[in-house]
Design a protein around this ligand. Structure first.
Ligand SMILES: C[S@@+](CC[C@H](N)C(=O)[O-])C[C@H]1O[C@@H](n2cnc3c(N)ncnc32)[C@H](O)[C@@H]1O
Length: 374
């Protein structure tokens, strides 16, 4: 019996009646790729960016495919795929991979949920062009509101043939084939020196702000010397490229620093940034959902630049989840230093979730607060 996609769930990601586990893009991708998938032998499909498992499990169930190689940047997406696969008995049909050559090596078909950023798309498209079978067909789908013609341009840099399908339920699939001969070496991670900060930043495509330094991050860096100078254990929660963690390690040679993010790209970038600045031995980088692997009361200082501009329906929930995580891992008297857009009303939440919260800096764009764990 074919898999009922509607039965798939998002957990451990947020679940709510207005949040779906399977979107119109998943369904359109599976439909547009049907002929290719039904003629494909096992071991020749790679799935990239599967939100909660619809593409992987849909392809496995409808076409009897196994040996599907899957890359999902957020850890919660991996966990949701595993939970859904267990629920429907398709655990053995796929394997998780990093975003590297082995993911797409010799693959003849790729199902791709388009990433939001062009840099991420460039990294993925270049990887496929370098490693997949020369006759690979890439089905890249997205929501119309998130798609731009610049995405077509990025795909055209890596593939000779690009075809835009008809939109359906506000989604569209781009089909790319005939990889352009790419350079043998990957241009990722990209790096940039920031002499004013005495720091070099390395970043893979999907990492927040790339190798640049976000202005919110800068606001937190400006006041970093004031943040609990006695701290022995410092956690950079949602570390992205590792700017905060690596700066802390450079400026506080005695401290132990943990950089943590649920994004595979961010974690790889933070490791590369730590190496670039010679502090890889003092920055422990962990891929983790909201510090779940860190013990309660185990650290003195948490630095946090929480995500914004994500799906408006889940944004307040993500910030709250990260505040709760910080409160859990901080020892009493430890501090959470947070930077956020000044229009956001985080201060009351910080006060109730963590403890007494003071404003450290504020300009029309950003506010930095320090919350003392009660
Ligand atoms: C605004 S970015 C900040 C990145 C970096 N600290 C900086 O200032 O450049 C927020 C980061 O939080 C991460 N993030 C979001 N949800 C998370 C979660 N549940 N657990 C860990 N990290 C998370 C994102 O992947 C992203 O890298």
């Amino acid at each position: 019996m074919p898999l009922d996609l509607a039965a798939l769930r998002r957990r451990p990601d947020f679940e709510a009646p207005n949040l779906v586990a399977v979107d119109a893009t998943d369904r359109l991708l599976l439909d547009e790729a049907t002929a290719t998938l039904s003629a494909l032998g096992s071991g020749h499909l790679a799935v990239i960016g599967d939100h909660y498992g619809a593409l992987t499990l849909g392809a496995a169930s409808a076409h009897g495919l196994t040996g599907i190689r899957v890359f999902q940047d957020p850890l919660v997406s991996e966990l949701a795929l595993d939970a859904n696969a267990a629920e429907v008995g398709l655990e053995g049909t796929y394997a998780h991979h990093s975003l590297d050559g082995a993911l797409v090596d010799g693959a003849r078909a790729i199902l791709l949920q388009l990433p939001r950023s062009l840099a991420a798309l460039d990294e993925i498209a270049g990887l496929i062009a370098r490693h997949a079978h020369p006759e690979v067909v890439v089905y890249a789908g997205g929501r119309l509101k998130h798609m731009t013609t610049a995405m077509n341009d990025v795909l055209r840099e890596h593939f000779e043939v690009l075809y835009a399908g008809l939109a359906r339920q506000k989604s569209r699939v781009l089909t790319a084939s005939e990889p352009v001969d790419p350079p043998v070496e990957s241009p990722w991670p990209r790096s940039q020196r920031h002499d004013d900060l005495g720091l070099a930043v390395a970043a893979f495509g999907a990492t927040f702000a790339g190798a640049k330094i976000d202005i919110g991050t800068r606001a937190l860096l400006d006041v970093l010397p004031e943040a609990l100078p006695s701290a022995d254990v410092i956690v950079d929660l949602g570390c992205g490229s590792g700017v905060l963690a690596v700066t802390a390690a450079l400026r506080r040679p005695e401290a132990r620093v943990i950089a943590s993010d649920q994004s595979a790209s961010a974690v790889a970038s933070a490791r590369a940034t730590a190496e670039l600045n010679g502090v890889a031995d003092r920055v422990m980088v962990v891929r983790d959902d909201a510090l779940s692997s860190q013990a309660e009361g185990s650290c003195d200082l948490v630095l946090l630049n929480p995500p914004f501009h994500v799906d408006a329906a889940v944004e307040p929930g993500i910030a709250l989840k990260l505040f709760e995580a910080a409160a859990r891992v901080l020892r009493p008297g430890g501090e959470l230093w947070t930077v956020y857009n000044s229009h956001l009303k985080h201060r009351d939440t910080l006060e109730s979730v963590v403890g007494q919260t003071r404003q450290v800096a504020r300009n029309p764009k950003f506010t930095v607060t320090a919350s003392v764990r009660r």
